[in-house]
Design a binder for this molecule. Structure first.
Ligand SMILES: *[C@@H]1O[C@H](CO)[C@@H](O)[C@H](O)[C@H]1NC(C)=O
Length: 214
């Protein structure tokens, strides 16, 4: 009799523990991982960075101001929510725009996706070993992820239809549109990502920065 009761209690205890575990899990998911509706995410994003604001307020008519105006017009005309900028350099005070990243609802898979538009004139051929790709991601004030690859082979492990990079690239003008899903499993918060590409002389020739809030 006492043995039977013990077993009953054990079973009940297991069910309770499991219930509490599920409740904690659901709570953590709702607080930290459940993203708002795509519209809510879009509404929280789209602020101009301070460099863009400063350049747009200039009175000059050079490559830098022209590129800022053209890309801002592109964002405005399409009513896009901008989350990032693509430049010809990372640090130069006078870097100019070669593209923009935007955030869009993802009707196919749900959630949100990013699209990066780049119009760029490549000066030197890119072949295996001649360009490196670097990426850094931070979450809030914490460094989250950092990596570097040979540009030409960085996507060798990807599925063929997910791939974007196909070397070699001859020097000419390119118009690229790169779509990348923002994964649903990312915790809510502020993200900052920076990616850049260097040539054979290790000089940066393209640099992208993105800020987004989930
Ligand atoms: C980028 O290039 C495409 C195709 O050549 C062109 O239609 C578009 O206006 C360009 N965008 C900007 C902002 O210059």
């Amino acid at each position: 009799m006492s043995l039977k009761l013990g077993r009953m209690n054990f079973k009940r205890c297991l069910v309770y523990s499991f219930g509490i575990f599920v409740m904690i899990f659901i709570f953590l998911y709702l607080v930290y991982f459940r993203h708002g509706a795509p519209d809510t995410i879009l509404a929280a994003n789209g602020r101009k960075n301070s460099y863009l604001q400063e350049v747009l307020s200039r009175d000059t008519d050079d490559d830098v101001t022209r590129s800022a105006r053209a890309w801002q017009k592109f964002i405005d005309d399409n009513k896009y929510v901008s989350i990032g900028d693509v430049y010809n350099d990372c640090d130069d005070e006078n870097r100019y725009w070669v593209g923009k990243s935007v955030l869009l609802p993802d009707p196919l898979r749900g959630g949100v996706t990013s699209k990066t538009f780049i119009n760029f004139t490549l000066e030197n051929e890119i072949t295996e070993g001649s360009a490196d790709f670097f990426i850094k991601v931070s979450y809030g004030s914490k460094d989250l992820y950092e990596n570097e690859w040979d540009f030409c082979t960085m996507e060798d492990d990807e599925d063929e239809d997910e791939r974007f990079v196909f070397c070699p690239y001859e020097p000419k003008k390119y118009s690229w549109v790169i779509e990348r899903k923002i994964p649903g499993y990312l915790p809510n918060g502020k993200y900052y990502a920076k990616a850049w590409i260097t040539d054979a002389e290790e000089k940066v020739f393209m640099c992208a920065e993105a800020n987004f809030v989930l």
